[in-house]
Structure formats: C-alpha cells, structure tokens
Write a protein that binds this ligand. Structure first.
Ligand code: SF4
Length: 328
C-alpha cells in the first residue's frame, strides 16, 4: 500500500489538510469550544465528526461515575449543530474495570458509520484492579483516563479501515491553564495511531485559551452549557470524578446519595480510599454543598435532555470561573 506522506509539522499545522477531523467531545466547555472554533475557521462540516467516550456501560446497578444527563446532552448538541456523533466505550465501563480481578481488560465497543464494532479484550495478561484510579497525572495509576478514554479512542481509530490511507486530525480540548501537566502538552503532534498506512495528528486548538475565551465563544454561538455548570461545577468531568473538591463531594452527597453509598462500600471492600487524604465521608464533611436550583438538579440527574442547545438569551452558568477541580 502507498504510504501516506507527512505533510504538516507542529510549527506549521494546517487543519484544512486533513480528510477527517474527529473531535473528542466530552460535552464540557473546552470540547464545545473546539467544535465552535473548528466551525469558525471554516472547516467543512462534512469532514467533522464528534466522538464521545462513555465512562459507564449498562444498567447493572453498579457505580456509575458520569452525570446521568451527559449522553443525552452530547446527543442534543450534535443534533443541534448537524454533526455526526459516535459513541465508544469499554464493555462494562468504569465499574467492570474497577472490580476486575485476575481478568483481562474488557473489549472496546465503538459506533461507526456502518454499525457497532468490537475490538480487543482477548490478549494480554490477566490482572487485578480493585482500587479507584489515583489522583495523579500518571495515567497508569489514574487508569480511568487511559483505559476509558485515550485507549478507547486509539482502538476505534486503529480498527476502522476508513482511516487507512487517509489523513485524520484528532482534536482534543486540553488547556494549559488547567494544570502543570497539561501546560506541557504540544499543541499539535503525531498521534500514536499514526503509522505507514494511516496518518493521524492530535491537535489541541484551545491549548493556549483562557477560560474567558472559552465562555466567549460559547456566548458568540449562544450555546447552553452542560447541566453540571449550572449546578456550580466549573469543569464538566465525571459527576464523581476522583479529582472532585470537598464542596463537589458535598454537593454529590445531596443530589446523588446512592453514589456515595456505593463509593463508601467499595472503599471498605478494597481497603483503599478514593482520595489519599481520607475516606469519602471525610471529603464530604470538609465541603459546603453548592446552592443548587432544584430544576437544574432535575436536568442534570435526568437521562433525557429536553432544553434547547441554543439559548435565546445567553447566560453564564453558576460554575463559570469557579474552583478548578478536575483531571490534571
Ligand atoms: S473525569 Fe475524572 S473520574 Fe472521570 S475519567 Fe476523567 S479523571 Fe477519571
């Protein structure tokens, strides 16, 4: 097969030079800013697709990390903007990986234009987790980001023939302002799935943006932010993100006490707490719950999303410019 030649460099990055632009779309403000920025640049919509990596899978009664509304919010956003959206996830999601004992990591499932595909989960050495991901920039101990997002994305690229012989740009929304680790990321670099038969670059177009610039682009397009921001969260991570602040844990305890019960039970079973500074009850006791409007709670805790994505009169949500707790 003919090799796909290198045609961009990190210094002279040209997002128009790609056949396909995949935007890693969490539903958080930085991923929304990426979509809006790519559209403002004028990249044709028919080259763009959104990929959302689900953290949880299925209704097994096990702990679900993410906001109940996130799936429906990202669906509503993609529909409102008229951009295709593909979901992908690890079979069994966070809960199965958390409870994995002397077993292989589960297969990856990913939607494609021609249907659902499955890959992986058959090779490797059985191993055990039974421990929450740790609050670290190191992705081997903070395994949720790598196992449930980064690796899922790579599997979905590497296992789709439609990227063979093509130039693909993977857009992600990390910003330097968010953490020291993120400040060191390159704005554009070859992606690990790039090889002789497919070219893949990762581009972080909002890497140097301030939070103000992110809200400004959302205001220009009148986009209603994810429900978590309206409750007071300044970053839209999992609802029970391991990086949650004490006040976020106190807020979760108010609106999703069943999740706290599950986390407490796991901490006791594993003999290892989610946080290094004490158990979940200690974190909750140190925090002050956000002043959450019951209607905003209803929207965030619902698995459906029925609000318009475009606001008639745009408003900044309560969580904007709030405490910067979230993945590093
Ligand atoms: S948002 Fe937090 S808990 Fe969820 S995958 Fe990222 S680091 Fe892990």
């Amino acid at each position: 097969m003919e090799q796909v030649t290198l045609f961009v460099t990190s210094d002279a990055f040209d997002p128009f030079a790609f056949d396909k632009v995949i935007i890693g779309f969490s539903g958080g403000k930085d991923s929304v800013a990426c979509v809006l920025h790519v559209l403002e640049l004028g990249i044709p919509k028919d080259r763009i697709e959104l990929w959302h990596h689900e953290i949880d899978d299925g209704d097994t009664g096990q702990l679900k990390m993410d906001w109940p509304c996130t799936h429906a919010y990202v669906r509503a956003f993609a529909d409102a903007l008229g951009i295709p959206l593909y979901f992908s996830w690890r079979e069994g999601g966070f809960a199965r990986e958390l409870l994995r004992e002397n077993a292989l990591t589960a297969p990856t499932l990913f939607e494609t234009p021609t249907g659902l595909m499955k890959a992986g989960g058959i090779r490797g050495t059985p191993s055990t987790r039974r421990k929450f991901p740790q609050q670290s920039a190191n992705l081997s101990t903070r395994w949720c980001s790598s196992s449930l997002k980064i690796d899922i994305c790579s599997m979905a690229i590497a296992n789709q023939d439609r990227f063979t012989g093509k130039r693909t740009c993977l857009v992600t929304g990390e910003r330097a302002e968010e953490s020291t680790a993120r400040s060191k990321y390159a704005e554009a670099e070859p992606h690990k799935t790039s090889n002789g038969k497919r070219m893949v670059w990762q581009w972080r177009p909002v890497h140097k943006w301030s939070e103000k610039e992110v809200w400004a682009i959302m205001e220009r397009h009148r986009i209603r932010a994810h429900p978590a921001y309206w409750l007071g969260w300044s970053r839209c991570s999992c609802q029970t993100c391991i990086f949650g602040s004490p006040s976020q844990w106190a807020s979760v305890a108010q609106i999703a006490p069943h999740k706290i019960i599950q986390i407490r039970k796991h901490e006791q079973e594993f003999g290892v707490t989610l946080r290094r500074d004490g158990d979940i009850d200690k974190a909750i006791a140190r925090g002050t719950p956000y002043a959450m409007d019951p209607e905003h709670v209803r929207v965030a805790m619902s698995e459906t999303y029925d609000l318009p994505i475009f606001m008639e009169e745009w408003a900044l949500p309560a969580g904007a410019y709030g405490e910067a707790a979230g993945p590093t």
